[in-house]
Design a protein around this ligand. Structure first.
Ligand code: DC
Length: 222
């Protein structure tokens, strides 16, 4: 079975997807991390992530490798472990910018479909249910209020010892939502056959439980 989990930035997709995959014994595929790798490559090459022509030129040199490390995916960009680096703030916006470029999407979607063809997967992103895996047996569209999403990110950064600014995080989240949902090619959108899960007032175990229940129902049907 293929499970597609889409939704805006900070809705908790990766935490939930990873846990659901673990519980079901499926492979978890974090497609956002792939866009982050391209964004990081652009920044490292001194290329403006919103300059389509320049990004296309460096795209051939983007080699992404995913390895499992202690049950969690580790991302290698041209041989370098970038698992931590791709989570940094400037990379988030760069990822959203390069994700607008069709050539970037086509390259990454090919990789995503090849991975999904090999195993049962939980894949999270923005366009998984609508574009990458339109035949996924279960599609979830996970969202939460922007303030709640900002608060979750704030707590994450504060726990790491940082001094984050909640209002700024919220502004960045809203800017990324706008960029991701207004782009022309495969924008962030709820698939018609996706189940909407608003996690604003839900705990992580509640969300995991809800998806596992849906997965169980679905697997009995297919
Ligand atoms: O899920 P994330 O925050 O790690 O994703 C980073 C960016 O990548 C996000 O702002 C939009 C883009 N993205 C995308 O366009 N399509 C996907 N399937 C996954 C991510």
């Amino acid at each position: 079975m293929k499970i597609a989990i889409d939704g805006p930035a900070g809705a908790g997709k990766s935490t939930i997807s990873r846990a659901v995959a673990e519980r079901l014994g499926y492979v978890y595929i974090d497609t956002g991390a792939m866009y982050r790798c391209v964004g990081l490559r652009a920044l490292n090459s001194g290329v403006d992530p919103s300059d389509a022509e320049a990004v296309e030129k460096i795209l051939g040199g983007v080699d992404i490798d995913i390895k499992s490390r202690g049950g969690a995916p580790a991302f290698y960009l041209c041989g370098e472990d970038v698992t931590e680096k791709i989570r940094e703030n400037p990379v988030s916006m760069a990822a959203s910018s390069v994700a607008v470029i069709p050539a970037v999407r086509l390259k990454l979607v090919e990789l995503q479909r090849a991975l999904a063809a090999k195993a049962d997967v939980v894949m999270d992103g923005r366009d998984i249910g609508t574009y990458v895996l339109p035949d996924a047996e279960l599609k979830i569209y996970m969202t939460a209020d922007p303030r709640e999403r900002a608060m979750r990110r704030f707590k994450e950064l504060a726990a790491k010892g940082g001094t984050p600014d909640l209002d700024q995080i919220e502004r960045e989240i809203i800017a990324r939502d706008k960029n991701d949902s207004e782009r022309e090619f495969a924008p962030l959108r709820q698939a018609e056959d996706a189940v909407l899960l608003d996690t604003t007032k839900m705990t992580i175990p509640e969300v995991i439980g809800a998806i596992l229940e849906l997965a169980e129902k679905r697997s009995a049907e297919v």
